[in-house]
Design a protein around this ligand. Structure first.
Ligand code: BES
Ligand code: MN
Ligand code: ZN
Length: 495
């Protein structure tokens, strides 16, 4: 998609479709008024007839009104003008883009320079427009023999707000596009089936990032190298699979070598059958999405490189396939993790924490400024938050607060759960230092408790994206979350 700034009165813009806002009770925005005046009341006829009230998100197309240059005008309801929050603005953008991409309009012009978003600055709108345009035009086609319809949209232009500096708007459009593309990259990796997207495939993807971006170097550890490091917990997960586990390490150097890095660790279970503690069959296909944490780390690293962030960032992916088999780990088996702690594996379906604990121990060698893991870790997170929020747990209040701020800003929502000591006893074991499950209650918290035993020395946060990483049902597909949140967080950091 191409993005540009196009100044000028909306009725004089030549585009396949011009988008203007109509506020609640049919109040026309200045841009809508200009079109209405030039176009012989083409909008007033609609609002006066009561066919468009300006309710938030409703849309209607008018075809080449007399006196207006553009082939189409798309009206989009803005709701109450005074209640134009960032959330509502995103709804306006999403709905108008959705309506516009259903048309065969190659270039869209957003005549929305007069919009004043109550809780954001002027440049935010430009960035978010580009982000949403990328997001909405993503289609999964890779494994279809007939490539589905791709939206006709090729370019999006934006009328700048009065007084906005052209260069800043342009760079905001670029940033938003970069984030949108990263979100799509995460979606694409998530959507690929388990027989294509294996641990080796993720490793290849990460290596390609290293080849494409000068700032990124990628190293991949195989099972033999992991065994030498004592990563028996991680290796216990891949034991039943013919697919070799990989520990993928991507390093972005944007600051001096001695500047401590921000470290991200992603759960990359490319398929989770549950192992010997086999999952029931219903919707098991969705366990191809069990690598969405890894996908978000890879995509965020790409975005960090494209945005040339002047900080050091390390992205680590613990990639494995969880399968039953004669060599698979059995319930009751005990392994010694890289940190030296012994783990009783009471349920082989609680495998995410088993790969993450060794990856988190490995992360220590980078002396992280802070350490964030991203994982589709527990069904309990889905039960708690549904699809809306990512669960956040942390041993550091400042880090948690900062991540929550970034979730608000990016509208990639997260909500904190407690990591109180009281919960720790639930993962006691009679035969090892720790058990890998904590019983049926407080599953998201006990999973985080398990991880906290391996991050005691770090400023650490855990994002459980089991609910937010993908949608089920007819809209089945990866969401690309929490790339928006992670990029926002990293953008705010200094070397
Ligand atoms: N990948 C799953 C978590 C999951 C389940 C995400 C359903 C999204 C939807 C994870 O590996 C898992 O199986 N967790 C178990 C842990 C339990 C055995 C303690 C769970 O949540 O049921
Ligand atoms: Mn599992
Ligand atoms: Zn899993």
């Amino acid at each position: 998609m191409r993005y540009s700034i196009k100044a000028g009165s909306p009725e004089k813009i030549s585009a396949d479709c011009v988008i203007v806002v109509v506020w609640a009770k049919g109040v026309l925005s200045p841009e809508a008024s200009a079109i209405d005046a030039a176009g012989k009341k083409c909008i007033s006829w609609i609002t006066h007839a009561g066919d468009l009230t300006g309710k938030l998100g409703e849309t209607q197309v008018i075809h080449h009104p007399d006196g207006v240059q553009a082939k189409r005008v798309l009206l989009v309801g803005g709701g109450e003008k005074k209640k134009l929050t960032a959330k509502n603005t995103v709804k306006i953008l999403k709905n108008s883009l959705e309506a516009a991409t259903k048309l065969s309009a190659a270039n869209l012009h957003f005549a929305i320079g007069s919009l004043e978003v109550s809780d954001r600055d002027g440049l935010w709108l430009a960035a978010r427009l580009a982000q949403e345009a990328e997001d909405l035009t993503y289609r999964y086609n890779t494994t279809k023999s007939k490539k589905g319809e791709t939206p006709a949209t090729r370019s999006v232009s934006l009328a700048p707000a009065t007084g906005a500096r052209r260069l800043s708007v342009e760079s905001s459009l670029k940033q938003g596009q970069c984030i949108g593309r990263a979100i799509n990259r995460a979606k694409q990796l998530g959507n690929l089936p388990g027989n294509i997207c294996t641990p080796s495939f993720l490793a290849k993807e990460a290596k390609e990032l290293g080849e494409k971006h000068g700032s990124i170097t990628t190293r991949v550890l195989n099972e033999k190298q992991m065994a030498r490091l004592g990563m028996n917990s991680l290796l216990s997960v891949s034991a039943g699979s013919v697919q070799e586990a990989k520990l993928i390490v991507m390093q972005h150097k944007g600051a001096k070598a001695d500047s401590k890095p921000y470290v991200l660790v992603g759960k990359g279970i490319t398929f989770d059958t549950g192992g010997i503690s086999l999952k029931p069959g219903a919707a098991m296909d969705e366990m191809k999405f069990d690598m969405c944490g890894a996908a978000s780390v890879i995509a965020t690293m790409a975005c960090v490189a494209e945005l040339k962030l002047a900080i050091n960032v390390v992205g680590i992916v613990a990639a494995a396939e969880n399968m039953p088999g004669s060599k698979a780990t059995k319930p009751g088996d005990i392994v010694t993790s890289m940190a030296g702690k012994t783990i009783e594996i009471l349920n082989t379906d609680a495998e995410g924490r088993l790969v993450l604990c060794d990856a988190l121990s490995y992360a220590e060698r980078f002396k992280p400024r802070n350490l964030i893991d991203i994982a589709t870790l527990t069904g309990a997170a889905v039960a708690t938050f549904g699809n809306f929020a990512t669960a956040l747990l942390s041993n550091n209040d400042n880090l948690a607060k900062s991540l929550l701020d970034c979730s608000e800003q990016s509208l990639d929502l997260a909500w904190q759960l407690p990591l109180w000591d009281e919960y720790q006893s639930l993962i006691n074991s009679n035969f090892a230092d720790i058990a890998n499950i904590g019983g049926p209650r407080a599953g998201t918290i006990t999973a985080a408790c398990f991880l906290s035993r391996f991050t005691e020395k770090q400023k650490w946060a855990h994002l459980d994206i089991a609910g937010s990483a993908w949608n089920s049902g007819t809209q089945k597909g990866a969401t690309g979350r929490p790339v928006g949140l992670l990029v926002e967080f990293l953008r705010r950091q200094k070397a």
